[in-house]
Design a protein around this ligand. Structure first.
Ligand code: BGC
Length: 386
């Protein structure tokens, strides 16, 4: 590809972080342990919160740190699998670990990878502060860093691979507008259940859906309902937050939920009030649960991001860097904090409604057998999932 298009995206600075860290893992108990015990605890927790990946070891050339396994099914079911496959196919030894939402573990894993001599570190940060500390340490040791999926604000990673995240939000905004219009709801009240304020992607998703919906609020076509972020994308907290929203504003007609996990939390609350199906909800990630909610008519749409493409683009970059080549990118984004351009690969998301759930299966992202279980078998058949 000879075309080196420069697509500059401006990232807004995320709002000040709310809520405390949920780091309660063994690493947090360091203070009460002696030095020797600390090393044992660190090693033990690395095994526990890291992975069982047989490739993890001192000679990995690339280190990958995924954020958690609870805020979205994607990290463990899709990202890990596709990254591992791509590294295996290239014969590159990679150490893929998961910080399980623990910022201290994230830093410890990074330290261990840097010490073990990786040439490239690929990270999905838990927040920009810890991400930045890791990037600076890596760079000081000559390790090249790729921000995977989430840009670390002010971090200075050499590369960034993700989707067009403003577009993801735009698809969510268009989706809720379409579903509300289809239901012929006049002046619908729309609530926002946003992603983590510490995740730059959540800021971008919101700017995407706000771009579509704000003009409708301003014109009086739609009415703006409650608007709240979910700390750390915590699905359980999302349920509590949405329950409170619905108590305070019982006439909510639609919910823009930033991903399938948050959407499912809202749907569970709506189910208790027998409102599911009447109140459209959005999502993202095309998880099995999200797709089932779409098939059931409880979720208006999900946004499919072909994680295989993202993993392939990132591994291609990492493998090239290990081999001493210059990384191949197709654009750049401007880090709003440092104002520097970060060479990037940005991929296209796709909206998934009931009618095209079958496309996600055809793409091999989920299988018919995991999606079309129990009551969903008929819904799959009715919607051409084969
Ligand atoms: C990712 C989403 C994911 C969310 C929660 C975001 O940064 O882009 O795909 O659902 O984090 O893990």
């Amino acid at each position: 590809m000879g075309c080196r298009m420069l697509c500059r995206t401006t990232f807004a600075r995320p709002p000040v972080r709310r809520g405390g860290s949920s780091t309660k893992g063994p690493l947090m108990r360091k203070g009460v342990l002696g030095v020797a015990a600390v090393s044992v605890a660190v090693l033990a927790s690395l095994t526990a919160c890291g992975n069982d990946n047989k490739d993890s070891g001192s000679k990995a050339q690339v280190g990958v740190i995924l954020p958690d396994s609870k805020t979205s099914a994607r990290w463990e079911t899709a990202d890990r699998k596709y990254l591992q496959q791509a590294f295996d196919a290239a014969g590159i030894k990679a150490d893929i670990q998961n910080a399980q939402g623990d910022k201290q573990a994230f830093q410890t894993i990074a330290d261990q990878m840097i010490t073990s001599g990786v040439k490239v570190l690929m990270i999905t940060n838990l927040d920009s502060g810890t991400g930045k500390a890791v990037i600076q340490k890596a760079k000081s040791q000559g390790v090249t860093v790729i921000d995977y999926d989430r840009l670390t604000l002010g971090g200075g990673a050499q590369y960034y691979v993700s989707f067009d995240n403003v577009k993801v939000g735009k698809l969510q905004g268009e989706g809720i507008a379409k579903c509300l219009t289809d239901k012929k709801i006049v002046k619908p009240v729309v609530a926002y259940l946003n992603g983590a304020p510490t995740d730059n992607n959540a800021t971008l998703f919101k700017s995407g859906y706000d771009g579509v919906l704000k003009p409708k609020f301003d014109s009086g076509e739609f009415v703006k309902g409650p608007d709240q972020a979910v700390p750390e994308w915590d699905n359980a907290q999302a349920g509590t937050i949405f329950e409170q929203m619905l108590t305070g504003t019982p006439n909510i007609n639609g919910v823009v939920a930033a991903n399938d996990g948050l959407g499912n939390a809202a749907i569970a609350v709506l189910k208790k009030q027998k409102l599911n199906g009447q109140v459209p909800v959005t999502g993202q990630d095309a998880t099995v649960q999200g797709l089932q909610n779409v098939l059931a008519g409880d979720q208006c749409l999900t946004v499919y991001k072909a994680i295989k493409q993202e993993a392939d683009a990132a591994t291609k970059l990492a493998i090239g860097l290990v081999k001493g080549e210059k990384g191949q990118t197709n654009g750049a984004v401007t880090d709003p904090e440092s104002k520097s351009d970060v060479p990037s690969v940005l991929l296209e998301p796709k909206p998934i409604y009931k009618e095209n759930v079958k496309d996600v299966v055809a793409d091999g992202y989920v299988t018919k057998s995991e999606l079309c279980t129990g009551d969903y078998a008929k819904l799959c058949a009715d919607n051409g999932v084969s």
